[in-house]
Design a protein around this ligand. Sequence first.
Ligand code: ZN
Length: 271
Amino acid sequence: MSTRSVGAVTVTALRDARGPYVAWESAFPGASPRDWVLARSADPAAFGHDGRWLLDFRAFLVRSAAGVTLVDAGIGPAGAPAQGWAPVPGALPGALSALGVALSDVDTVVLTHLHSDHCGWAVTPSGEPMFPNARYVLHRDEVAWVTDPVASYVVRPLRAADVLQEVPGETVLSSLPSGERVTVIPTPGHTPGHQSVVVDGGGTQVVVTGDVLVHAVQLVAPSVSYVYEEDPGLARASRMALLARDAELATPHLTEPFVRARPAGTPAPRP
Ligand SMILES: [Zn+2]
């Protein structure tokens, strides 16, 4: 199932693409043989027959009476900055229209971070915001850190159109009279200004993680670093904090869009 409800808020997974990447063992060199056994059991489809990691590239749509928020914007069209390594073009615009969502319906775009597989559809190839009525929420540390080609392809057009909202930290995006809240929280480490989105309904919580965890091996062994984390120690701390929540996790790259770090209602494991 690709949708979860948190009270009156729905969170829907949108697949932009799926494809092979590097050998999994080279991406997570600190994982033990036992970690790989557990990871393979948690997400068997991530292990390609040729030794390569097979992954989804996914965004999430968060909808309620308070508005329509897109979390992340995929690998993008042909020619987008992810072209050198990801299977562009992605299918995100078609996935939105299949749900009956027009580009103009989206009022908020949260970019968890500015790696090229998370912001490809943020703008059009001609340099306009792809979502004409949206504000684009980025952590200010991410904007300060990013370099070309993403800085020119994504940040410059958003700034020129005056739709870039740089946040300094935890920020409430929307709330409903019935109590549900959608909040962006800083989860640095994978990149300096990485952020995640918490959909909180009081009793239930869904966290759209971004790349705090990128593979099932980091679900079964949260201390395992990914080679492309900018600050592995900080990334590990952010991952431990998210996995300690009694929440369902909405992840961009695991085969199943929604996973749990532990059974609902059980206490957090000690790291
Ligand atoms: Zn990613």
